[in-house]
Design a protein around this ligand. Structure first.
Ligand code: ZN
Length: 320
């Protein structure tokens, strides 16, 4: 198991890019639902009736959701419809041949003939449903023009909640979860505890930039990895930004604060701290992300510059 938690925007984006060509123009011959819970409120009969004979046309991502688009073959004129997918905590979606044995936790299976699409989910926290209303409640995509500094300023202006918690609110920005919220706040030099409405315009601009950068980097990193597929126990067509413990593939460690409590900060060597916010771990550097920032610049890209600036900050703090 990867040590990391729920897949976030980059992991889902990489999966979508990988699956889209594999699903191209496939026709669904049969639908098997092994866990009715993941398709609710759609019924088994309804999903089977709608999908049987339908042809896959496109796959898109919205936040952490996968939107599978189909056209039905029998109805005239042809009807287009969408299935909303979500990986939950541990869900995986991949293709296998019909000679492979189905995984123990297969939740929904679409038969295409020689191949089949498997949605597997040991915890059944994910979704595969005709009810797409959840995607309509999402805030802007981080990489859209809608996600501007002016928008973010407005979205945070009245909130007393800590900024880390606000970043997890999918109606503020879609697709950010625990990992990338911690990473973006580190890069922006903002304490996760800062009340959202206290952020000044400069911090908002930095934060917007950091959110975009960390997600784009993760997508770029993930899309260069070879993705293998197969039943449980094998690599799963998902990637995780950072090294997965016990993974056969070695990835360079890219997470700077997430899950690194006690390790020296990449930037200033101060041990990374962990605390619990909304029942989940938050990781941060107390030196680089002070509650009352003295430093006026975000964490720079280069190590050397970073150290020089951090020494300057320590001097400033010590009154030297
Ligand atoms: Zn630091």
């Amino acid at each position: 198991m990867p040590r990391l938690t729920m897949p976030e925007l980059p992991e889902v984006e990489v999966l979508v890019r990988h699956l889209r060509p594999l699903l191209h123009r496939r026709r669904v011959r049969a639908v098997r639902v092994h866990r009715a819970r993941v398709i609710a409120p759609t019924s088994v009969a309804q999903l089977q009736r709608t999908l049987r004979g339908a042809r896959f046309t496109d796959l898109q991502r919205r936040g952490k959701y996968l939107l599978f688009h189909f056209t039905s073959s029998d109805a005239k004129p042809r009807r287009c419809f969408t299935v909303l997918g979500h990986l939950g905590m541990t869900g995986r979606m991949y293709l296998q041949t019909n000679r492979d044995s189905l995984p123990k936790h297969a939740a929904v299976v679409l038969d295409f003939g020689r191949q089949r699409f498997v949605y597997e989910d040991p915890r059944y926290f994910g979704r595969f449903t005709l009810d797409v209303t959840a995607s309509a409640r999402l805030g802007p995509e981080p990489n859209s023009s809608e996600f501007s500094s002016a928008y973010l300023l407005r979205a945070l202006a009245r909130s007393r909640q800590a900024i880390k918690i606000k970043l997890l609110d999918q109606s503020v920005v879609a697709g950010v979860g625990y990992i990338y919220a911690s990473e973006a706040l580190f890069r922006a030099g903002i304490s996760p505890r800062t009340p959202a409405r206290r952020l000044c315009a400069v911090q908002i601009r930095r934060l917007r930039h950091a959110v975009r950068t960390v997600l784009q980097e993760a997508i770029r990193f993930g899309s260069t990895l070879p993705l293998h597929h197969g039943p449980a126990g094998k690599a799963d067509g998902l990637f995780y930004y950072g090294r997965a413990s016990g993974a056969t593939d070695y990835h360079e460690e890219r997470l700077r604060v997430y899950d690194r409590a006690g390790e020296p900060c990449w930037h200033c060597q101060t041990p990374i701290r962990r605390f619990v916010q909304a029942a989940r771990s938050t990781f941060y550097c107390p030196q680089c992300q002070p509650v009352h920032p003295l430093r006026q610049s975000p964490i720079p890209a280069g190590n050397k510059l970073g150290r020089a600036r951090s020494v300057a900050t320590r001097r400033l703090k010590a009154g030297r």
